[in-house]
Design a protein around this ligand. Structure first.
Ligand SMILES: [Zn+2]
Length: 310
């Protein structure tokens, strides 16, 4: 069934938002198509049909793609980059920290931190069934530097390193800091996601402050269909407040007797529900990030088994 929204919209001169199916939710993510020279995609996690349709509406085809810029290593963002590179021989560039997680499945497993996990096999089977294309090798041909504009014809794409979600997570200023591709500071109802070994809660809090201080006017989420303009700063603050809401929920659950990581993860505590078994991996990591953070801040004590409120 066709989606009931236009596949692409122009968000800045010659910069087109290519929307994902599934209302841009995982396993899809929006990407940007910059119709300049070099013809550039920012991320490649939108389905091939939507990318193809956007390219052809602008008079191009896959063979014309010259460059793919990746915002971070996640599979819903690197998406079809390897397939497109095979067709067009395009460059693939990313943050230096993204390289390992982008290039091989072994690298992904390492930065996800799931190799030894009891649910590793179910995770792999799940991903193989929904996104078999991310298991090929990706050839990263270059890296970008924080705040060093990438010149794409008349457009400047400014990478802003915003770690936390992952260590390499990079948002993109489109010509300036007024219009930002916010990537996985995605302003969804779920709130911030930090479920990998390379995620970091205090970095994420700092990155949120950094983004809010830029006073953006338009925020483009990788997982919302439309750019956010009305109340953007309030929406960023609300998204940022979710860290504290989750912390309060953990404290409340510990008070009610859920005093181990297993207790909290099985509830679950961060996710409203666990749609598939492997999601418990991410629930556990996100809880662990809170446990570490709350221990450092002297709110709890944790002896690798039981959480004690101080
Ligand atoms: Zn991500």
């Amino acid at each position: 069934m066709p989606d009931d929204y236009p596949v692409h919209i122009e968000v800045a001169p010659n910069v087109h938002l290519v929307r994902g199916s599934n209302r841009a939710r995982f396993p899809e993510a929006n990407c940007l198509l910059v119709d300049e020279t070099p013809l550039t995609l920012v991320d490649a996690g939108t389905n091939m049909e939507h990318i193809s349709r956007s390219l052809s509406d602008l008079g191009h085809s896959f063979t014309d793609v010259e460059q793919i810029i990746l915002t971070h290593f996640h599979i819903d963002h690197k998406g079809h980059a390897a397939e497109i590179q095979k067709i067009s021989n395009c460059e693939i560039i990313c943050h230096p920290l993204a390289k390992k997680g982008v290039e091989t499945i072994g690298g992904i497993v390492e930065v996800y931190g799931i190799k030894e996990h009891r649910f590793y096999e179910p995770w792999r089977e799940y991903v193989e069934s929904i996104m078999p294309y991310v298991f090929s090798e990706y050839e990263v041909t270059g890296t970008f530097k924080d705040k060093e504009p990438i010149i794409v014809g008349d457009t400047q794409l400014i990478p802003i390193h915003t770690p936390g979600h992952t260590h390499d997570h990079t948002i993109i200023g489109i010509n300036n800091f007024e219009t930002l591709l916010l990537v996985d500071i995605d302003l969804t109802q779920f709130g911030p996601w930090y479920g990998n070994v390379v995620s970091n809660l205090s970095d994420f809090r700092e990155s949120m402050s950094k983004v809010i201080a830029l006073e953006p006017k338009i925020g483009i989420s990788s997982h919302l269909l439309d750019p956010v303009e009305d109340g953007l700063i309030e929406k960023l603050q609300k998204f940022s407040a979710v860290f504290d809401i989750r912390e309060e929920k953990i404290i409340k659950s510990v008070c009610e007797g859920l005093t181990t990581l297993d207790d909290l993860a099985n509830a679950p505590t961060i996710y409203p529900r666990l749609p598939f078994v492997p999601y418990i991996i991410f629930e556990e990591y996100m809880l662990l990030k809170h446990i570490e953070d709350m221990t450092e801040r002297g709110i709890i004590e944790y002896d690798d088994e039981t959480i004690y409120l101080k």
